[in-house]
Design a protein. Structure first.
Length: 315
C-alpha cells in the first residue's frame, strides 16, 4: 500500500470532573422539634417526598387563631357594610348628619381592609403549617443529614443535602491558547470510564480566566439519565483545535521485534524493515510521527511479509 499525508483533526485531550447539575441543601422554614426522620445518607429520594416532620402544634394553633380573626373581621365587615347601606338611604332625607355618614364610610372601608389582612394571616399560617413537613425539591440521593431526631430547629438551619442522579455535567479547564478554537467549534467528545463516548455541544464557557492556571472553566452538559456517571470521578474530554497533516497506517502493517517497532518498506523491489515512531490510534489505524515519507510503499500485512522474506533468504 502507498502511504500519504492527509488532513486530520487536531484533538486536544483534557481531564474533566463529573459533578451534579442539580444539588441543594434543604433548610428549615419554621421552628420546632423534629419528630420523624424519613431518610438517611445514601438513600434514594423521590421528588416531593417528605424528608422529615417537625412538631406542628404551634403552627396549628396559629392557623386556628388566624381563622378566628378572619371570622371576626368578616362579621364586623358585614355589619359595617349594612350600616353604610342604611346611612346612604337615610342621608338624602336629612336623618343622618354628614359627620355620621363620613364615619360610616370610614368604618366600612376599614372593615374591608381588616378582612383582607385576616385572609392574609390565614395564608401565612397555612404555609407555616406546611413547612412542618419538609419535602424534597427534586428526586436524587441524600449526601448529608445535618440534624438528628428530637433536635429543635429554627428557620434557615440546614436539614439535608443531596443531588440529582439524572442531571450531570462535566467540568474541565481549557488552556487560554485553545479557547478561540473551542469557540469556533464548541463541541466536546467525552469518554467515560467504561469506554462509552458522548458528544455534547451544550457548553457554558466562563468569560473570565483563572489567574493561576491561565485557563477557562468550561461546563459540559450531559444527556439526562446517562448511566455510569459518579460525581467526583474523572473522565476524558477532548475537542478539535484546527487540523494538521499526518499519516495513518493499519495496525496489520506494524511488526514488533524486541524493542523495535517498524514496517516493511519497499526499496529497490525488496522489503526492508524500517523503524517508525507512532502516535495516537484511530480505530484500526495508527498515526506515524516519523519514519515514513509521502508516497512510500509499505507491506499491508507485516507478519506475512516477514515469512516471505525468511523464505527468500533460505538457500
Amino acid at each position: 500500500m502507498t502511504v500519504n499525508y492527509q488532513h486530520y483533526p487536531n484533538w486536544v485531550a483534557l481531564d474533566a470532573v463529573i459533578e451534579p447539575s442539580k444539588a441543594a441543601t434543604v433548610s428549615a422554614q419554621t421552628s420546632g422539634r423534629i419528630i420523624k426522620l424519613n431518610y438517611d445518607v445514601n438513600d434514594i429520594v423521590a421528588e416531593n417526598a417528605a424528608l422529615l416532620e417537625i412538631t406542628s402544634k404551634e403552627q396549628g394553633a396559629h392557623l386556628a387563631s388566624a381563622e378566628a380573626q378572619y371570622a371576626k373581621a368578616n362579621a364586623q365587615n358585614i355589619e359595617a357594610q349594612a350600616q353604610l347601606k342604611r346611612y346612604k338611604t337615610l342621608f338624602p332625607q336629612g336623618a343622618i348628619s354628614a359627620g355620621s355618614m363620613d364615619e360610616a364610610q370610614a368604618n366600612a372601608k376599614s372593615a374591608q381592609q381588616a378582612v383582607s389582612a385576616a385572609r392574609a394571616g390565614i395564608v401565612q399560617a397555612t404555609e407555616s403549617l406546611k413547612y412542618t413537613a419538609v419535602s424534597a425539591p427534586f428526586s436524587g440521593i441524600v449526601t448529608k443529614r445535618h440534624v438528628e431526631q428530637g433536635e429543635t430547629v429554627s428557620p434557615g438551619q440546614p436539614l439535608y443535602s443531596g443531588y440529582s442522579l439524572t442531571h450531570m455535567r462535566a467540568v474541565t479547564h481549557v488552556p487560554q491558547r485553545y479557547i478561540d478554537a473551542l469557540k469556533q467549534l464548541p463541541q466536546f467528545q467525552l469518554t467515560l470510564a467504561d469506554g462509552t463516548q458522548i458528544v455534547s455541544d451544550k457548553l457554558n464557557m466562563f468569560s473570565f480566566i483563572d489567574q493561576v492556571s491561565h485557563s477557562y472553566k468550561v461546563r459540559i452538559e450531559l444527556p439526562a439519565d446517562t448511566a455510569g456517571l459518579i460525581p467526583g470521578s474523572l473522565i476524558k474530554a477532548r475537542f478539535i483545535s484546527g487540523q494538521r497533516q499526518t499519516m495513518f497506517i493499519p495496525k496489520s502493517s506494524l511488526i514488533t521485534i524486541n524493542d523495535l517497532t517498524g514496517v516493511y518498506l519497499l526499496q529497490n523491489k525488496q522489503w526492508v524493515l524500517n523503524q517508525v515512531r507512532l502516535g495516537q490510534q484511530n480505530g484500526d489505524d495508527v498515526e506515524v510521527l516519523a519514519g515514513l515519507s509521502n508516497e512510500d510503499v509499505i507491506a499491508k500485512d507485516a507478519y506475512q511479509t516477514l515469512l516471505q522474506v525468511q523464505k527468500q533468504s533460505k538457500p
